[in-house]
Design a protein around this ligand. Structure first.
Ligand code: F3S
Length: 63
């Protein structure tokens, strides 16, 4: 699984980092999220799916 956060859509709601703290990191300045690594380890995929569902801006995409 690959994951990406759309910086145009992200509004810094932080829910993604709460669902998958090992996958998403928040910018200290603006609070916006980005993926630590594009490729998600298999053990963390369910957390990423939960993060995708939690984001109110639909900023996270997986493939
Ligand atoms: Fe941004 Fe959505 Fe996470 S708005 S901080 S990607 S919950």
């Amino acid at each position: 699984m690959k994951v990406r956060v759309d910086p145009e859509r992200c509004q810094g709601h932080t829910l993604c980092a709460m669902k998958a703290p090992q996958v998403f990191e928040l910018d200290e300045v603006d609070g916006h999220s980005s993926a630590v690594a594009e490729e998600v380890p298999a053990a963390l995929e369910s957390q990423v799916v939960a993060a995708v569902r939690s984001c109110p801006e639909r900023a996270i995409s997986v493939s």
